[in-house]
Design a protein around this ligand. Sequence first.
Ligand code: AMP
Length: 379
Amino acid sequence: MLVLVINCGSSSVKYQVRDTAATGEDAQVIAKGLIENIGGAEIPTHTEALHIMAEALVEPLHGKTIDAIGHRVVHGGEIFSEPVIITEDVITKIDELSPLAPLHNPAHVLGIRAAQETYPGVPMVAVFDTAFHGTMPAHAYRYAVPEDFYEQYGVRRYGFHGTSHDYVTGIAADFLGVERSEFNGVIAHLGNGASITAIEKGACIDTSMGYTPLAGLIMGTRSGDIDPSALTSVMIQNPEITAEKMDTILNKQSGLLAIAGNNDMREVVEAMEGGDERAKLALDMTSYRLAKYIGGYHVAVGGMQALVFTAGIGENSSQFRELAISRLGALGIKLDAEANLVRGDEPRVISTKDSAIPVLVVPTNEEKAIAEATEALTK
Ligand code: AMP
């Protein structure tokens, strides 16, 4: 089946056409691309962007037609706990969830509408970044704040990167030869955004991102967890820092960037190796925060059968993995230094044979997961 996977942001569209019947990643990916600067003079709306995409797909498709379209949608709120066929009602609900994801959900609606115009009659599926976390129990997703916050504003933990955590959980269980429904593990998705998920019996029981993707781990430009009173205190002391400004500071000017002066993990590691004290502090903070979460989630899942690293940093930064794993001695986890240096697209073990808990690297593939979910609902 030929599935077009679309990820619409407010000013960009990322797309990929996948042949789900082909074998291997290279054969599956028929075409991919990124269209930016939507809203500018040349590409005023998502409709023009999708026309440009459709034009670019003519040649690689060789006359074949798209069978189905899968849309990545950031927020499914408490409504969507699995992928769904897109109907008018679904579009309305995605739009109604916009207060929870003001930058993303309105853009998804524009993208879905534009796709309907460009590919009339082609079935479409929405795959939600939050959906996999729908199995969290209330004691993990509720915040201890007045009930109104939850009832009126939907303030609770939702979690993100769900498509990736779900996909990697399935691959890890398979790799270990464990039934997914019997698999307890901890998945660390460490990319530009980073989150960690506690998996019990193959399902999510806790995750580090919260009401928004700001919470939890220290990321490239996001602070992760912080005492909220520190923020209100700064805002009271300096009224020029409005809520919007504070939001920008925490999301775009914090994390590795704030401490090390750079948000690219490769460069921060290089700087540390060259003796840069700020880079060292940033990496110490980031790996320490991650190790605390791993310890906590090990307890949450009743003892993990594996710790799994994925995404840009998790898959590629042997140095960062080493820093994090060096803090896990109390769990009897031992890194195999040589295995840790191996690179590749396949799942692999990076712990020693006598490590109390195996540590894996499992490459993630959100487009593949979205294409498979789309196929499952439309074939
Ligand atoms: P993602 O959001 O999953 O694409 O991950 C992006 C992050 O992965 C960036 O912080 C990059 O610095 C990091 N990254 C990608 N390749 C490498 C690498 N070879 N070594 C260290 N970090 C990497």
